[in-house]
Design a binder for this molecule. Structure first.
Ligand code: FES
Length: 340
């Protein structure tokens, strides 16, 4: 596969020359520039981490706070300062839905259409707003006021159906309340969220996510931090449990399963190996190609664990032998073990 014209290392694989989606020349011409101050703030972010590349995620939010999305210029900006390829930056920015591929509206309206919200009306809310705004998922109203998106579970199921604006919560919405909310946003108003910090706008919250205050002064910042937090629906379960005298069972430490070699039966030789161990070693020694060696090593369950990994951790992979049960006893053991 040949590289795309003008591409950097890796773009032949990802197809990402600079930004996942190139905006039109007209849009690019209207973007605020990434200035020396933006670069100074990027370097401030980098200084927070032991490795510069760890700063990429907040730097992408910083780019969004200036330009409203992860622009081609923003991808190049992050790549240059962090010493990454544009493809690497593009690969990260396209993985997370909070990084936008098109210039966002003044506000980002996210409607949860995941299971609980959907059955309680989330899909109806989304459909109504989509019709009113004349846009679909990840599209911006013609007046630039609002970008609409479907959202997966917003971790507020106890307040379903939930809508967020710039990631601030508007709980227990219905079609009419969501319509009123969006109408207010389009008029330039900022209705108070149900809980959390006061509403700003998409660029403001992006700045906050980059680790900088979006508020004008310390008092406003303090008020945002001290905004209403938990609401009644979240406390209902706790109250019911208290009334009934219920409590969660204590957390018990799960005993570690023995390594398969500790449960394998059969006489051991002077090296402490069972017949299964010796058969596994023989398969590994006889393998010619790397693929065969990999297969033999898989069969040979007594192969050494990679550095830093404990034998008992393999239990999570579903291949662990239950305690007090020999490998192969269920008829599902390896061919080597079944021969024993
Ligand atoms: S399903 Fe909507 S917040 Fe969880």
């Amino acid at each position: 596969m040949s590289a795309l014209p003008g591409s950097h290392e890796g773009t032949a694989v990802t197809g990402l020359d600079s930004s996942p989606v190139e905006a039109s020349p007209e849009v690019l011409a209207t973007l605020p520039p990434l200035t020396e101050q933006t670069e100074a703030e990027a370097r401030e972010i980098i200084a927070r981490y032991p490795q510069p590349r760890s700063a990429l995620l907040p730097m992408l939010h910083l780019v969004q706070s200036v330009q409203g999305y992860v622009s081609p210029e923003g991808v190049g900006f992050c790549a240059r300062i962090l010493g990454l390829t544009r493809a690497e930056v593009g690969a990260v920015s396209t993985f997370y839905t909070m990084y936008k591929r098109h210039p966002s509206g003044r506000h980002l309206v996210s409607v949860c259409t995941n299971t609980l919200c959907a059955v309680l009306g989330g899909q109806r809310i989304y459909d109504a707003l989509s019709a009113d705004l004349g846009v679909g998922h990840d599209q911006t109203a013609a007046d630039g006021s609002v970008t609409l998106e479907h959202a997966e579970c917003l971790a507020a199921c106890d307040y379903a159906p939930v809508v967020t604006v710039d990631y601030e919560f508007y709980d227990q919405q219905d079609v009419e309340s969501a319509r009123r909310l969006v109408d207010a946003l389009r008029r330039g108003e900022k209705p108070a969220p149900t809980r959390g910090a006061p509403l700003t706008d998409f660029r403001g919250i992006s700045r906050q996510l980059a680790g900088f205050s979006q508020h004008a002064d310390a008092a406003a910042e303090r008020a945002a931090v001290d905004g209403p937090g938990v609401g009644e629906p979240t406390l209902v379960g706790v109250r019911l449990a208290a009334e009934r005298g219920e409590s969660a069972p204590p957390i018990e430490e799960t005993p570690r399963s023995p390594h398969p070699s500790q449960t394998r039966s059969g006489p051991r030789d002077v090296a402490g190996q069972t017949p299964a161990d010796r058969a596994g070693n023989a398969s590994l020694a006889a393998a010619d190609t790397p693929a065969e060696k990999a297969g033999a090593a898989q069969v040979h369950t007594d192969a050494p664990e990679p550095a830093g990994r404990q034998p008992a951790e393999r239990g999570s992979e579903g291949t662990e032998t239950p305690p007090n049960k020999s490998p192969g006893a269920s008829g599902q053991g390896t061919s080597v073990e079944r021969e024993v």
